[in-house]
Structure formats: C-alpha cells, structure tokens
Write a protein of this length. Structure first.
Length: 491
C-alpha cells in the first residue's frame, strides 16, 4: 500500500511546530508520566546489585504522590464526562474492583503502593498485625490486593502494583469510578464514606525505579548482550522460533518485574523475548525496560528491537484487526519532555514500515480516559491515526540514548479497537479488544515471520500464516464470536 502521504506530512508539520505550540487538549495532568525525579544518583550497576542482594528492602523509601495522582485522576474523569465519554466508564471502573466494593468501602484507607512486593511488605511490617491477600494465586505481574489488619476491627485495603505513574493513575481512576457507580443500597450503607472517598486514597511510589528493577532482573538471570530483543506477543514469536526455526526451547524467567524467554543461541544469535501483558511494562515502564536492555548490552553493537503493541484506531473502523507501522509519534499532545534529553515527538526510523501495509502517525497517552469524542476530533484534525500507551516511550528511550541511530527498530501496532468521535458506536470499542486479539493470531504470525526472517533468526518465511482479514462493521462481531466459540470448544 502506498505511504499515507497526507497523514505523514500533517504529523511532520505538527512536529516541526512544537517549539511554538501544540494541541489544545483541555486540562492535562501536570506530570508527563515518568517519575524521573525518583531516580537515585547511585550508578545503575551498584543499585542493581543492591536490589538483587536484597539490601534495598531495608534501604528503599516511598514517596507520597497522593495529591498529584488523585487530582489528575479527578481531572481526567471530569474531562471524560464533559468532553464526550467514549469509554464505558461503568465497565472500566467495576470490571476489576467491583467484586470487592464492600471490602474497599469498609476500609479506613485504600493504599496503592508502586514497587516490588517484598519491599512494600518490609515497609509495612510494623504497621499491621497481618497482611492477608484478598484473592488466592494473584498474578505477580498484575496489581495485587491485600487487607492490612490491625489489632482491632479496623483495616486498610492495600493495592500493590508496578512502580509507574500510569499504573497508579489507572488504579486510582478505577477506584474513583467504583465509588461513583455503586448501587443505591450500597450508597445508602456507605453514604458517609462515599462523601469523602477521595480523602481515603493514598499513593506511595518506591525509590527503586523500574529501570533498576529491570537491570537487577537481567543481572540475576545472567541475560546480557542480546542480538535481538522482541517485545510483545511473546507466545506468537516463541511458537514460530520453535516450529519453523527448529530451535530448542528457551530459558524462561518471570517475576513481578518481567516475564521473558531467553535464547542463548537461536541460529547463532542471542534473542530476548519480553512479554508486555498486564502491568509489567505498561506505559512509561516500556521506556525504562529499553534503557535497562541498553545497560546490559554492548554500546558498540546495540540489539535490534522489535515492538508489537496494541492500539486503538482514531475514528478509523477499517483499521481494526490490522497491523500498522508508525512513522511518527507524539506523547499525549504535551509539550513537556519525558526525560532531560528527550523530545515530545519523533519521526520514527521504522524498518517495520517495509513489513506492514498501513503506515500511521501515533499518539501515546497515559490513560484511556484521556480519549473523549472531543479529543478524537482534535487528533483526527492533526492527522493522527492511532493511539496507544507504550510506543512513544520505547522510541524516546532509543532516541534519547547513545544508541540513537544505531538501533535497527521494527515497531508495529495491532489495532484492536476503534476510538470513535461518536459515543454511540460501541461495537468496536475497547471492551471488544480481547476479541480482536483472539481473532488475529494469523495476522501477527505473518508479521513476525517476516521480521524474524529479516533478522536471520528464521532462515525462510514459512508462508503458513493465513491472509489478512478485512473486517466490515456488519460482520466483525459475529465472526469474532464464532471464532471465540470454536476456540473454547477446542480447549
């Protein structure tokens, strides 16, 4: 397909005008998304050794960011209401915390801790008689729920998640929505608590940065100097390498920071596969994992990086179910740089533009609640095609490093949903994204087969991937439901 000339030059014009002004997207939170002020002056290697050796459990501290995060969450919720809500707010707020609303509303405090669980527990051991998990077998890569009980009947509801502003912001937004959408009986029962619910929220962020977490993880598992790093849809890549490459099973490592597969020898290359699911490298944490990868790599020969994330189309239903290759990227329409040497917009030197049929101009946001009908119209007017939460941070980490210009980048996005300027169009909204992911395994396999062949990890393309599907609005929902039913029956 021909390059999307209009979109590209529109995006380029926006980038070139950044020194003067940018999009008026309403009231924006003051923090751009990265807690760089929390970084220590310790050398990364020494800090990583401290974390690996456990000494940081004793030395770590937590910064209170309650006022900032709660304020910004309330602003985003208010804007989402006033500017035309695309997101089903009720679904977003209750799908995670709804079943625990009685426990949450009965708590003295609801505390979010961003950081490693063992460090959080060390901080809390003198505050509670016991800390009990709310659910059994909680995924360490997701947020985890606990009750901190004292000597009397009072207790706090504790949420432990990854250290990242966006993880905290998403959690607080969902908690505020939970309080807003309680039923009448619950509202009557907890009327006093609900009147001051935001005052019961607390946000505390660890002094151990995500970058330090990731470096410690790589050091612990002796992962260094990868030739190729592939981020996202790890299972798709692993099956291709195994089935079509004939390469033996990888070493697998996982904890609350990362979930990876490591191939010390994949056709003569050291290959690292990184999972992006749940909150492990959500939003700005994706930039920090790139920085950590560079820290354990030879700067003279940095690895190639392949990134396949998920995104929403900006009022472009025909893009759903397709893979696009971004050629430019901005961060939430903000002028604030994310790091001292960063930039708020990039023209992306993207090798994946040769492998994907559609090129896009992309915007990354810190929360899906940013996406309103008014926001969609403004993004569309400036030639932006897709929206995600990670890509800008990946590209910015590369371009802000000493490796800028050296890294071979394959960046792509699977479009899973449509962010419409019409709030009534819900058949392709975010709630249906998982259906799209289930139905597009062949599309992803085709993309990865091309990239792995280009990188020399696969010797030839298998040609076994099915052709791309073009979903029409009339047939998409029925087709996806049918495919999911067949997959369920097969399991």
């Amino acid at each position: 397909m021909k390059f999307r000339v209009a979109a590209f030059f529109s995006a380029l014009a926006v980038i070139l005008s950044l020194s003067c002004s940018f999009l008026d997207v309403g009231r924006r939170p003051s923090d751009s998304g990265r807690a760089t002020s929390d970084r220590s002056d310790y050398p990364a290697g020494d800090r990583a050794k401290e974390i690996f050796n456990g000494d940081q459990e004793r030395r770590a501290s937590f910064r209170d960011r309650t006022e900032e995060v709660v304020r910004d969450a309330e602003i985003l919720i208010e804007d989402n209401q006033e500017q035309g809500a695309v997101l089903d707010q009720h679904w977003y707020g209750l799908k995670y915390f709804g079943k625990h609303r009685e426990l949450i509303l009965g708590a003295e405090k609801i505390k979010f801790f961003g950081g490693l669980e063992k460090v959080v527990r060390k901080q809390l051991e003198d505050q509670y008689a016991r800390i009990d998990p709310v659910e059994e077998n909680q995924d360490p890569g997701d947020i985890r729920l606990f009750v901190g009980a004292g000597e009397n009947s009072r207790y706090d509801f504790i949420v432990i998640g990854q250290n990242g502003r966006e993880v905290a912001l998403k959690t607080i937004i969902r908690l505020l929505y939970l309080a807003r959408f309680v039923d009448g009986q619950t509202r009557q029962k907890y009327r006093e608590k609900l009147e001051s619910f935001n005052k019961s929220l607390q946000v505390l962020m660890s002094s151990i940065s995500p970058r330090e977490e990731f470096i410690a993880f790589f050091n612990k598992h002796r992962i260094s100097n990868p030739d190729a790093v592939l981020i996202g849809f790890r299972g798709d890549i692993r099956s291709l390498i195994s089935e079509d490459g004939g390469i033996s099973d990888p070493e697998s490592y996982a904890d609350e920071s990362l979930r990876v597969n490591w191939y010390p020898d994949a056709n003569g290359k050291k290959v690292l596969l990184v999972s992006i699911d749940k909150n492990r490298i959500f939003a700005s944490r994706s930039g920090e994992v790139i920085e950590a990868i560079f820290a354990v790599s030879d700067s003279r020969s940095p690895p190639s990086i392949t990134f396949l994330g998920t995104a929403g189309a900006i009022d472009a239903r025909e893009m759903v179910g397709r893979i696009v290759a971004p050629v430019s990227g901005i961060n939430n329409g903000s002028l604030r740089a994310d790091r001292s040497q960063g930039a708020v917009a990039h023209i992306i030197r993207n090798r994946a533009a040769d492998e994907a049929a559609i090129k896009s101009a992309n915007v990354s946001v810190e929360s899906v609640v940013v996406e309103t009908t008014a926001w969609v119209r403004k993004m569309k007017a400036h030639g932006l095609d897709t929206v995600d939460q990670e890509l800008f941070h990946v590209v910015n980490a590369i371009n802000s490093s000493a490796n800028a210009g050296k890294v071979e980048l394959f960046a792509a996005l699977l479009v899973t949903d449509n962010v419409s300027s019409n709030a009534g169009e819900t058949d392709m909204s975010l709630e249906h994204a998982e259906e799209t992911i289930v139905a597009t395994s062949g599309v992803r396999r085709e993309f990865f087969a091309k990239v792995l062949t280009t990188l020399g990890i696969l010797k030839k393309e298998t040609g076994r991937a099915p052709p791309r599907r073009s979903w029409s609005p009339e047939t998409r929902s029925a087709a996806l439901r049918g495919q999911m039913a067949r997959l369920s029956a097969g399991n």
